[in-house]
Design a binder for this molecule. Sequence first.
Ligand code: F6P
Length: 343
Amino acid sequence: MTKKIGILTGGGDCPGLNPAIRGCVYTASKLGYECVGFLDGWKGIIENKTMPLGIRRVRDIISLGGTCLGTSRTHPYKKEGGVESVRRNFANLGLSALVAMGGEDTLGVASRLYKDFRFPVVGVPKTMDNDLSGTDYTFGFDTSTTVAVDALSRLKDTAASHHRVIVLEVMGRHAGWVALFTAICGGADYVCLPERPVDDEDLTKKIAAAHAEKGYALVVTSEAAEFASAKAGQAQERDDFGHVILKSRGVGETLAGLIEEKTGLETRHAVIGHIQRGGSPTLFDRMLGTRVGASAAKFAAEGKFGVMAALRGTEIVPVPLEVATGQLKTVPKEWLELADTML
Ligand code: F6P
């Protein structure tokens, strides 16, 4: 009987997932395994919705954004009978391993399944937020932050022409990596991160000075930044994993209002939102996706379960899922110091 590996992609999509699926399918095939794809993350394995994943299906997906398997934020432990369905459908399909591609939520479920049942699962780290521990980078981050840098450079043209201040709000949930890299590499004048509350005085003083010098100023803010004084809307809607849905907080808008009020400078804001998550993966994300996908298939064939294929330096190594999902990787002091020097 042919040995089979199941693959699913869960949580927010990001560029690099298709290269990772492709890397996994090619390697599995070389090792004598067939691959089966589950549709829409954990939902697909709960509902037994599958698609065959042969070489022909994945050959041409290297340059495509999103995920050809679809995704969702379904949490099997939050659905009645969800975990039992996962285990039953996995067994009925005659699978010997599951490769789960996702961020802290999807891999958190994988880690729990491994802990509770020694479920034969291998994780692949993905998230545009780059906030997963145990790995140096996650694919999706490079592409989505490159898109944000491009957006900032477009905003610079219009800000300079109108002598305005423009605030760009970027995604990244509760870690400021996307905002930090966008601000430094896009040449912004100020960055607001969830890792430290925004100091209104400092912000307005620096923005006024940058504007006086150049005739315009650019601010990058994370969607999750907090302010000492002005309060951005308190978004309360939560997803299956208990995360507040940040899209309606209006951080960029609040910040623009605050700057205009305190400096008297004409200020606009732009929210890049999901535009950041789409599009063709960069070279870096294509290669990282390919490598972690391929390693996950290898780990599965070797019976190395309960681990994630992580990038450490230039190597891909197995890291326990428990370590990867134990704590969110937020921006540390050294990076904040670099931002303070460069901005
Ligand atoms: O976790 C990835 C991410 O893109 C976050 O940066 C963002 O807050 C969230 O997903 C948006 O989620 P959704 O696509 O469900 O609106």
